[in-house]
Design a protein around this ligand. Structure first.
Ligand SMILES: Nc1ncnc2c1ncn2[C@@H]1O[C@H](COP(=O)(O)OP(=O)(O)OP(=O)(O)O)[C@@H](O)[C@H]1O
Ligand SMILES: [Mg+2]
Length: 359
């Protein structure tokens, strides 16, 4: 497989499985995506949305039920995985426990018939890229989880693949190691100058790593965009929820105010909402916990009263569950002095909220 490719193209890639009662369903439904050389792509979505299916289809570990995959002008979805030659890193490191780090990394080269003398400098280079020089004679069991995952990465990149595929490679690591290792992965990607497709269900990971994020739900792409686009302008309510807009208020249009409307639901009234995206008489207002503040809004507008029913202390502030008298739950960041059962008023700044037609 050539290494100086320009782009990988997925054209309506579909994969079917037999679901409950033997009825076929699309685990991946017409995924169309062009990955440019040098790009870091994250596939992001909840469990079962088809991320691994997509990756396995690209790697050749799974047959397509429809569509095609192209590396520049060459159609590759008909090739077996070894002919595609992509580097794979999985969630569990799957290293050979009885082989040294160097042997683990060199394994793919050996299988490709590379001579020992040609192998040594390539293994040394891969070790250097993942910053494990000096550890080559250790066994995997003598390394930390993060180091083992770096060996798995070295093993994937030593064959100099055009494309590196990673399926939740950090999910077995503790929080601190995850953050360190993801910085490593980004650095390695830059140094290799190939392309990486990275699967995660963690939006922070996707935001920090990706050039572009593909947000998926039930096998269907919801949005493809840069981290800033997906974060600030989620294409729909599903993407918004997934990107941390934890408060979604389903409200009725109560009255018009020029090009704005007031929305109402139970004891909640939100005024000054732009009319433009709305189609019917119902709307969904999505807002992040950190955008809602404890206190009174200007003129008492867009201010909601509720009881604090849960407090999660997080150092600088606390995450509060505030429940209104009509039973609506709001997630709000508030002062650490807030206590359980406090009655608080919270302000929803409407300019910081996203408004969608109700689902
Ligand atoms: N071999 C299979 N046979 C039948 N159904 C399958 C098979 N593999 C996956 N599925 C189904 O396809 C859907 C997508 O699965 P997939 O493994 O791609 O999800 P995922 O996004 O990787 O989830 P996770 O984050 O949990 O790893 C799920 O509904 C899953 O149950
Ligand atoms: Mg998966």
């Amino acid at each position: 497989m050539k290494h100086d490719f320009k782009e990988l193209k997925l054209d309506r890639v579909t994969r079917q499985f037999a679901g409950a009662g033997g009825k076929a369903f699309n685990a991946l439904d017409e995924l169309t995506l062009t990955v440019k050389r040098g790009e870091f792509i994250c596939l992001l979505g909840p469990s079962g949305c088809g991320k691994s299916t997509a990756l396995n289809c690209i790697a050749g570990l799974m047959q397509l039920s429809g569509g095609s995959i192209w590396l520049d002008e060459q159609r590759i979805d008909t090739l077996p995985p070894e002919k595609r030659g992509f580097g794979m890193v999985f969630q569990n490191y799957a290293l050979f426990p009885h082989m040294t780090v160097a042997k683990n990394i060199g394994f793919g080269l050996k299988m490709r018939g590379v001579s020992p003398s040609a192998m040594t400098p390539r293994v040394a280079h891969a070790l250097k890229l993942v910053q494990l020089t000096g550890q080559e004679h250790k066994l995997p069991g003598q390394l930390s989880g993060g180091q083992q995952q770096r060996v798995a990465i070295a093993r994937a990149i030593v064959i100099e693949p055009p494309l590196i595929l990673m399926d939740e490679p950090l999910s077995n690591l503790d929080a601190k190691l995850r953050i360190e290792t993801r910085a490593e992965i980004r650095r390695i990607h830059r140094e290799l100058d190939r392309a990486t497709i990275y699967v995660t269900h963690d939006q922070d990971e996707a935001l920090s790593l990706a050039d572009r994020i593909v947000v998926m739900k039930d096998g269907v792409v919801q949005q493809i965009g840069t981290p800033a686009e997906v974060y600030a302008q989620p294409a729909n309510l599903h993407v918004a929820r997934f990107m941390g807009y934890r408060n979604v208020l389903e409200l009725d249009v109560a009255r018009e105010e020029g090009d704005r409307v007031a929305l109402r639901g139970g004891d909640i009234v939100i005024t000054g909402v732009r009319k433009q995206p709305l189609k019917g008489a119902r709307a969904a207002v999505a807002i992040r916990p950190e955008e809602i503040s404890v206190g009174e809004g200007p003129g008492g507008l867009n201010t909601i009263a509720g009881r604090v029913e849960n407090v999660e202390y997080s150092g600088r502030d606390s995450l509060l569950d505030v429940v209104t008298s009509s039973g609506t739950l709001l997630h709000v960041r508030g002062p650490v002095t807030t206590a359980l059962d406090d009655i608080v008023r919270v302000y929803v700044p409407v300019e910081r909220a996203l408004v969608y037609p109700a689902e």
